[in-house]
Design a protein around this ligand. Structure first.
Ligand SMILES: Cc1ncc(COP(=O)(O)O)c(C=O)c1O
Length: 404
């Protein structure tokens, strides 16, 4: 076999050009620090896009993975397995849900949720009860159904005819939902904090109003907590802070702490329409993923970790304020907990990606959410020292962009 040198240039030759990754290649991670091929270290404020909720190589997650790897890797859903049942029970014990469906990505969990909502409504009420109401700027994944429910045309256009009976209205606008919801509506789908769309939090009145409208029209309320769930905003799931309970909830990202896994949660009543063969997946509930998921769940779902989220947000904002005092780049801070957005001042609009790129030159990893918002989704247990060091590096990046 040819001995290929692994370089960033190789990416441009061998990978489908749907990403534009940074110029360095990470090879090792520990906590909130990452090292590249040359041994340079980076502070990680991106957390694998809200996935590495416990940082890199958490000793307890490594142990769980190692132990499970010596027992059983995969059996498919023709058989069940102990880690999947244990994780399902943990999710049920700590949420509104009675039933869990495991998949491998956020998109698949949402795909299952949308299919379940349609199936439930058409079985229980009428074959015409198929309308899904979703919101502009929302993001639910990249399968064709989820991208069509998502409210950003840039992700859904160009692939031919879309699944029908999906309507989009402005987020946080209850009147818009009222105007469109009817007896043919099977579900309203939303992210309690819109992630990719710019870190916009739902208002409590909006969620309460949507809940009431769903009840009035026998439509299911689906919360996509793929990004904002599993401790990210300071409670296990964000709906618990609002006190508004959905009928279906999807989780992924932090659920596996870096190991791919997702889950769709629902009630016995809604689950009752399903039977073997209606939906499925080969890998969902994989023992390796669920063993890591169980350990991640126990660590995240502790007062110590959950309470630490707000403290860390406060430090992040304090540091961003210091940068802002000097460079006047941020207009406002958005999101909840460690799903933190810094909206850029109008003169820096469309430059979010430039901030991100320059940040990597100064050895700090951040994200954007759209073109005007910088996004920070670090480990939920990032240390104060790591925040300070990362922010010192980030300040230099901001200085360079501002003076460019
Ligand atoms: C709210 C939300 N839903 C769904 C998804 C899709 O998840 P995945 O990329 O794991 O399919 C994402 C990914 O960013 C997300 O933020």
């Amino acid at each position: 076999m040819m001995n290929t040198k692994i370089t960033r240039e190789l990416f441009d030759k061998v990978i489908l050009p749907v990403y534009a990754p940074a110029q360095f290649i990470p090879v090792k991670g520990q906590g909130s620090r990452v090292w590249d091929q040359n041994g340079e270290d980076y502070i990680d404020f991106a957390g694998g896009i809200a996935v590495n909720a416990l940082g890199h190589c958490h000793p307890r997650l490594m142990k769980a993975l190692q132990e499970q790897s010596e027992k059983l890797w995969h059996v498919s859903n023709v058989f069940t397995n102990e880690p999947a049942l244990t994780l399902a029970q943990k999710l049920i014990d700590n949420t509104f849900a009675d039933r869990v469906f495991f998949a491998n990505s956020g998109a698949e969990a949402n795909e299952a949720a949308f299919k379940l909502a349609r199936y439930y409504a058409t079985e229980k009420y009428s074959p015409y009860k198929t309308k899904i109401i979703a919101f502009y700027q929302s993001f639910h994944g990249r399968t064709f159904f989820t991208v069509s429910v998502g409210g950003q045309a840039k992700y859904s256009d160009g692939f031919g005819p879309k699944p029908a009976d999906i309507v989009h209205v402005p987020f946080n606008n209850l009147d818009a939902v009222k105007a469109i919801i009817d007896d043919h509506t099977c579900a309203v789908v939303l992210e309690p904090v819109q992630g990719e769309g710019g870190l916009t939090s739902a208002t409590p009145e909006f969620l309460q109003g949507v809940r009431e409208l769903c009840d009035q029209y026998n439509a299911l309320l689906i919360f996509d907590e793929v990004q904002c769930g599993m401790g990210r905003t300071g409670s296990l799931f964000t709906y618990q802070q609002y006190g508004i309970t959905p009928d279906i909830l999807t989780s992924a990202k932090a659920l596996g702490g870096g190991f791919p896994i997702s889950a769709m949660l629902t009630t016995n009543e809604i689950a009752s329409v399903m039977h073997p063969g209606v939906h499925g997946t080969t890998y969902g509930g994989n023992p390796l993923a669920c063993a890591v998921g169980c350990e991640a769940f126990d660590i995240i779902n502790s007062p110590e970790v959950l309470e630490g989220v707000q403290q860390r947000r406060a430090i992040f904002i304090e540091k961003l304020e210091e940068i802002n005092d000097q460079f006047k780049v941020f207009r406002e801070y958005r999101g909840k907990g460690l799903l933190l957005g810094a909206e850029l001042q109008p003169q820096f609009h469309d430059k979010a990606r430039e901030f991100l790129n320059v940040a990597t030159e100064f050895n700090v990893m951040i994200l954007n959410a759209g073109t005007n918002v910088l996004r920070f989704t670090p480990s939920l247990i990032i240390s104060e020292n790591e925040i300070q060091e990362g922010m010192m590096r980030f300040a230099k990046a901001v200085e360079k962009v501002v003076n460019a």
